[in-house]
Write a protein that binds this ligand. Structure first.
Ligand SMILES: *[C@@H]1O[C@H](CO)[C@@H](O)[C@H](O)[C@H]1NC(C)=O
Ligand SMILES: *[C@@H]1O[C@H](CO)[C@@H](O)[C@H](O)[C@H]1NC(C)=O
Ligand SMILES: *[C@@H]1O[C@H](CO)[C@@H](O)[C@H](O)[C@H]1NC(C)=O
Ligand SMILES: *[C@@H]1O[C@H](CO)[C@@H](O)[C@H](O)[C@H]1NC(C)=O
Length: 425
């Protein structure tokens, strides 16, 4: 499911530090971020984190441990989400620094997603309590002190992959020296490099001209190409376990008399538009159930190179979103009477402009049943971004990404060659 539209970022999802312990984020940071997005006033957070407020009341006796983790979070995936879940488990409140576009350009080359898109994705994760936009790529002494003094951070967290600065020194040496560093294990078999690789591999059979004309990517629907995820063509190192799904799950069903809202789609290459539409859907009820199409359904809808992420990968990405209560792993395209009855669905939603919805072109309407029951609504799609548009950005810059990926793939290969048993979760 993909959506287009505009005007999504106005409600200030990112600026909720004032909810915690009455500590206001520094004026400097606030005005910086405010000017970045052109807000005219300080945004408030009226309704988004009810569960955190409950925490808030319970505390007071014991100091809450605040942990910090940073990253680029470009092409965010469930590996990032899992790292942040692990980081959160080392404290009570998780503050995430999102590295600025400029710093990423300087250190790794152009990011695929903009700062705003990366912020939207990180803020949408259920384990993230606060976000610091435009974080520096390296933790300088000055920034570290700012974290400790202004943001009241207790520990800085990083994965166990070494993070070296250009001069060969450890980027976290300072934090280690003062004993305020904690490490988590990298466990997930996915990386942004790997995802870029999947998109670039789709290109091999396609003639791409320099500007990658709109419509070009649709040519990737090449039925002679056997590379689709549904056919097991993309290499995925992801081993979906039941425990991981439980860790990502909310764990509760709808309460008594809850209004259950249903929305379905592919949710391929989970992006900022998905976060927005899920948030909007969640606001229409008490419990959001998300149906995730099978790989085969997505291939039928979008062409043989899709989905880029397989069903289990897509499921974890959706589950990691704070607005989602429950998912159906492999939902039917058609919303049947049985689905509606089984889950006591009160409202079925569909985005106004979805990517490739051939059912609107005369094929049988998968929403016929909810329509006949009067419980179907179109939802204004808030965001001008689709899976195809993200993939197209990579294809348009394929020279740069190919080069970058070749370099990264070598280190990824090394990582897998040396990978050891990881007992931590
Ligand atoms: C694709 O798969 C079909 C069988 O499913 C096989 O006959 C064909 O040779 C394959 N094509 C390529 C390019 O691998
Ligand atoms: C089904 O949902 C409606 C609200 O839409 C609610 O009033 C009703 O109690 C729910 N039924 C059950 C059995 O929970
Ligand atoms: C992909 O191509 C096949 C055959 O060329 C066509 O039947 C199918 O509708 C196309 N799918 C999309 C999403 O364009
Ligand atoms: C998840 O569960 C908590 C209670 O455990 C609940 O307050 C919250 O609304 C649920 N849904 C989401 C999307 O967090």
């Amino acid at each position: 499911m993909e959506f287009e539209g505009s005007g999504w970022i106005r409600d200030g999802v990112y600026y909720y530090p004032h909810l915690f312990g009455g500590i206001m984020i520094t004026c400097a940071l606030l005005s910086f971020s405010t000017s970045y997005f052109g807000f005219s006033s300080v945004p408030t957070m009226p309704h988004i984190f009810p569960d955190l407020r409950v925490f808030h009341k319970k505390k007071s006796s014991k100091k809450r441990v605040r942990v910090y983790m940073d990253g680029c979070f470009d092409l965010m995936h469930y590996g990032h989400a899992n790292a942040l879940r692990q980081a959160k488990a080392l404290g009570d409140e998780l503050v995430v620094g999102v590295v600025s576009d400029e710093e990423i350009v300087a250190n790794k080359g152009p990011p695929v997603l903009s700062m705003q898109e990366r912020l939207a994705l990180v803020s949408g994760l259920k384990w993230v309590d606060e976000v610091i936009p435009n974080a520096p790529y390296e933790i300088t002494e000055e920034f570290m002190n700012k974290l400790f003094n202004e943001h009241k951070i207790d520990y800085i967290i990083h994965g166990d992959d070494p993070c070296l600065l250009p001069d060969g020194t450890d980027a976290y040496a300072l934090a280690k020296k003062v004993g305020r560093y904690k490490q988590i294990k990298r466990t997930e078999g996915v990386s942004s490099t790997d995802i870029v690789g999947r998109i670039l591999s789709c290109m091999k059979d396609v003639k791409v001209d320099k500007d990658c004309q709109p419509g070009e990517f649709e040519n990737l629907n090449n039925t002679h190409n056997n590379k689709s995820m549904a056919k097991g063509g993309h290499v995925s190192h992801f081993l979906p376990t039941s425990r991981r799904i439980v860790q990502f799950s909310n764990g509760t069903g709808p309460g008594p008399n809850a209004r259950v809202v249903y929305i379905d789609g592919a949710f391929d290459l989970f992006h900022a538009g998905h976060v927005e539409i899920l948030k909007s859907a969640r606001q229409r009820g008490d419990f959001l159930l998300v149906g995730i199409y099978t790989d085969q359904t997505v291939s039928e809808l979008r062409g043989t190179n899709f989905p880029l992420m397989n069903l289990h990968e897509r499921s974890l990405s959706v589950l990691a979103c704070r607005y989602v209560d429950e998912i159906i792993i492999g939902a039917p395209l058609e919303v049947t009477k049985d689905v509606i009855t089984t889950f006591n669905i009160s409202l079925v939603l569909h985005g106004t402009i979805a990517e490739n919805n051939p059912f609107l072109n005369g094929k049988s309407d998968p929403y016929a049943v909810p329509k006949s029951m009067g419980i179907f609504q179109m939802l204004e799609s808030p965001r001008d971004i689709t899976t195809t548009s993200v993939a197209r950005r990579i294809i348009a810059n394929h020279e740069i990404y190919k080069k970058r990926n070749a370099k990264k793939e070598a280190s990824e290969k090394k990582y897998y060659a040396e990978k050891k048993y990881v007992s931590a979760d």
